[in-house]
Design a protein. Structure first.
Length: 117
């Protein structure tokens, strides 16, 4: 069921503390932790604690939590002292999504080209 934990989901396991992560922030409905394969000096993932497969499914099923994820991207940037940062939601395998639990990438600490690759 939408929002329920998925047994085989890596990020549900991080939420449940069953696999370790470097958590930088937590709210009632979200967790933010460092990406294990950082693409910038700051690379943090902000996820809802509830399982939704991507950002749009989260927005449809739990809009207040989707808004909290967005608020938390800014909170991470402020905590990391980033003046500029990029928030990315990869959606679909062709766009690079590899984990099917909604997550915002927060990237910063270096120049970020536009358009991205
Ligand atoms: P995406 O490719 O957009 O689905 O993003 C998934 C991200 O999760 C990638 O940037 C991975 O480096 C990251 N990742 C995978 N496993 C872990 C983990 N155990 N802890 C932290 N980040 C992870
Ligand atoms: Zn999950």
């Amino acid at each position: 069921m939408a929002g329920e934990p998925h047994e085989d989901c890596l990020f549900c396991k991080i939420v449940e503390g069953r696999i370790p992560a470097t958590i930088v922030r937590e709210t009632e409905t979200t967790v933010a932790f460092r990406d294990i394969n950082p693409q910038a000096p700051t690379h943090v993932l902000v996820i809802p604690k509830a399982h939704y497969q991507d950002a749009a499914a989260l927005a449809a099923g739990a809009p207040e939590t989707a808004a909290e994820v967005l608020r938390e991207t800014r909170a991470v940037a402020e905590q990391e002292r980033l003046d500029s940062y990029r928030t990315i939601f990869n959606t679909g395998a062709g766009a690079g999504q590899t984990v099917w639990h909604a997550h915002a990438h927060v990237l910063g600490g270096r120049g970020l080209e536009w358009p991205p690759g």
